[in-house]
Write a protein that binds this ligand. Structure first.
Ligand code: BG6
Length: 481
């Protein structure tokens, strides 16, 4: 299989927060990989912009170190030198006037202009205003903003209004990096590229759906941010809800930005309010060899959840009666993200009760070991009558597709290239983000009002026992993680 790399148009990309963690871990190494692949054209320019006093050479050293640490394993020195040649640095004051004239003078006429706001949301307004005031951003320029996009409906509305005062919706690219993952896009390919599943894709045939994003890591030095956020704001409001939308949405008429986002929005709006007994919050405990959440967050009384499991319902014609179980957490047994579509049992077993009854399940593994498994019921081999067993039909993408499956760009690389191409399909629209907060806000407020204390769980486990009960009491069970 040949990977087709089509170079994007020449661009000037300014990364505000160009010395920050995200720039170093994801944006700059990602751009380097796109350069190596031939997708980033040689006429492109990248400018890091931040408060620190630094010259181009010092910034290039920082970029080089970031690429060596977080970039590709094999590195071509010549390509790295060529890439660094396209990188410059500008000291700028986001809330003052210093640096803006210089930025304006360094923009070229012709290339696409994109501005990555890799900074705290409190600076979005100041940046947007100055980009417009100094005529640095043109009518077709793009801005890229990161999650968290607000911390509730009210703050998200304010942020949307702030950006909308200077930019039109088709210039605003709100990143949810899960949408940039290859296998997440595969969800749409599997659903809408095969005839096989669509007739069965409804509550008549599907018993329930499980969406799992389990992480082995702890809060990784981000305790201060995480403690004000928790799993609900950090993962559910964005990544898990996006996955739910892609599974539950109606087929859009076309794979274009508004058609796809209209359908996702309808799903979010059809979500029922979640009663408290359909949610389990958890917090990991210390173990003999690692700290617990409260130590990591440096808050001995923290009630922030590092785990959450939810039973949700999409109240529309297709899904009435089919629960969507979602769970995500840190410090769990393994890193495992998958979506399992569990079908109903056949209406009648011709083999009698001794043969056992089994359910088909379509499992889409997002990471690691990306692939698709279809659990099928077959006869247990050997003599002794008709006994049934379930075996997986397993397709691991790296085996099925060969080296091309290994060469796919990571989520950030793909999304930045989409910004330059002007394709918003994999970005969240303002109304979508607000609708997601509208659903999560009452859940978070409810915890606060009830002084809810998260259930403890052992680090390295599969989460709190109460989360198991969420399914057990309905005669279902979570897939192992
Ligand atoms: C981020 C969250 O958005 O996604 C992190 O802030 C989380 O807490 C991360 O670890 C997970 O992303 P991935 O791509 O590693 O699954």
């Amino acid at each position: 299989m040949v990977s087709r790399v089509i170079p994007v148009d020449p661009f000037d990309l300014v990364i505000f927060g160009g010395t920050g963690d995200l720039a170093k871990r994801k944006i700059l190494p990602g751009l380097f990989r796109r350069f190596v692949s031939g997708q980033m054209p040689s006429e492109a320019l990248i400018m890091g912009a931040a408060r620190a006093k630094m010259n181009d050479t010092e910034y290039r050293d920082l970029v080089k170190i970031a690429i060596l640490e977080f970039g590709s394993a094999s590195l071509d020195e010549k390509l790295l030198v060529d890439f660094l040649d396209k990188v410059t640095y500008l000291r700028i004051d986001a809330t003052g006037e210093a640096g803006w004239l210089e930025l304006s003078q360094s923009m070229r006429n012709g290339p696409v202009r994109a501005f990555y706001f890799s900074v705290a949301p409190s600076l979005f307004g100041a940046l947007a205003e100055r980009l417009k005031k100094h005529k640095i951003a043109l009518s077709d320029s793009r801005i890229v903003v990161e999650k968290p996009f607000g911390r509730d409906l009210e703050s998200a509305k304010i942020l949307n209004a702030t950006l909308a005062a200077h930019f039109s919706e088709d210039q605003i690219y709100r990143i949810d990096h899960y949408l940039g993952k290859e296998t997440v896009q595969n969800l749409m390919a599997v659903r809408f590229g095969n005839l096989l599943f669509e007739p069965l894709w409804n509550s008549q045939y599907i018993d329930h759906i499980q969406i799992t994003v389990a992480e082995k890591v702890d809060v990784e030095g981000r305790g201060e941010y995480y403690n004000t956020s928790g799993a609900m704001r950090d993962m559910v409001q964005n990544h898990l809800m996006q996955l739910l939308c892609l599974i539950a949405m109606e087929p859009p008429a076309q794979f274009n930005p508004d058609a796809v986002r209209d359908e996702k929005l309808k799903v979010i709006r059809a979500l029922d309010k979640v009663p408290p007994h359909h949610i389990v919050r958890g917090q990991y405990e210390a173990s003999s060899d690692s700290f617990g959440y409260r130590e990591h967050a440096n808050d001995a009384k923290s009630r922030t959840e590092s785990y959450v499991a939810i039973k949700a319902h999409v109240s529309n014609w297709r899904w009435a009666g089919t629960p969507f179980y979602m769970r995500t957490g840190k410090r769990l047994r393994s890193r495992c993200s998958e979506i399992a579509v569990v079908f109903k049992q056949p209406p009648h077993s011709i083999f009698g009760s001794e043969a056992g009854t089994h359910r088909n399940a379509l499992v889409i593994r997002l990471q690691p070991d990306e692939g698709i498994t279809m659990d099928m019921t077959i006869k247990e081999p050997g003599p002794g009558g008709m006994r049934l067993i379930t075996v997986p039909l397993d397709m691991t993408f790296s085996e099925a597709l060969g080296p091309a499956a290994e060469e796919v760009p990571d989520a950030y690389e793909r999304l930045i290239m989409d910004v330059i191409r002007g394709n918003q399909t994999l970005f969240m629209r303002g109304d979508e983000v607000e609708a997601a907060w509208e659903w999560t806000d009452p859940i978070i407020k409810g915890w606060k009002e009830r002084n809810d204390v998260p259930k403890p769980y052992d680090a390295g486990s599969s989460g709190p026992d109460d989360a198991l009960m969420l399914l057990h009491r309905e005669d279902r069970k979570w897939r192992p993680i």
